[in-house]
Write a protein that binds this ligand. Structure first.
Ligand code: HEC
Length: 124
């Protein structure tokens, strides 16, 4: 990834014409936004959590869950690697999650959501 970025950047530098630079830039943006390569959008993840999870879980850096059984999100990164949830969310958590609606998130949304939960485990 880094290597590809560097190559693109040097391509941009060497490109004599503006037009080429623009094409390079568009490629860079496409690379950046492409699936799997993009960094999770923490804010989008937070928004998803607000809409879909906050009803039961404490989703912030403090506060209690409305449902005592629902783990506050900030504790999740302390308990296990957040990546462990990826599959569950991609497939939509069912059954294991009592009283919880079924979710079917896109890979992008899963990334964002998990990115957000992960960010709660980091010190600010
Ligand atoms: C209607 C209530 C409700 C909603 C909405 C809800 N949950 Fe839960 N969730 C629970 C309850 C209750 C538990 C604990 C009981 C269980 O594991 O079955 C739980 C457990 C979990 C766990 C396991 C925690 C642990 O300690 O391992 C995860 C992860 C989780 N929820 C994520 C989410 C995410 C992400 C969302 C939003 C996309 C969400 N939940 C929405 C009620 C809910």
């Amino acid at each position: 990834m880094m290597f590809r970025m560097m190559r693109l950047v040097s391509m941009l530098k060497n490109a004599g014409s503006r037009r080429l630079a623009l094409v390079g830039l568009a490629a860079l943006v496409a690379l950046w936004a492409g699936p799997g390569l993009a960094a999770p959008d923490i804010r989008a993840g937070q928004a998803l959590a607000r809409v879909h999870c906050a009803e039961c879980h404490a989703i912030g850096r403090s506060g209690r869950s409305t449902r005592p059984a629902a783990t506050p999100f900030r504790l999740i990164p302390q308990r296990y690697p957040v990546e462990a949830l990826e599959e569950a969310f991609g497939e939509g958590i069912t059954g294991s999650h009592k009283g919880m609606p079924d979710f079917a998130f896109s890979p992008r949304q899963v990334d964002d959501l998990l990115g957000y939960i992960k960010s709660l485990g980091r010190r600010r």
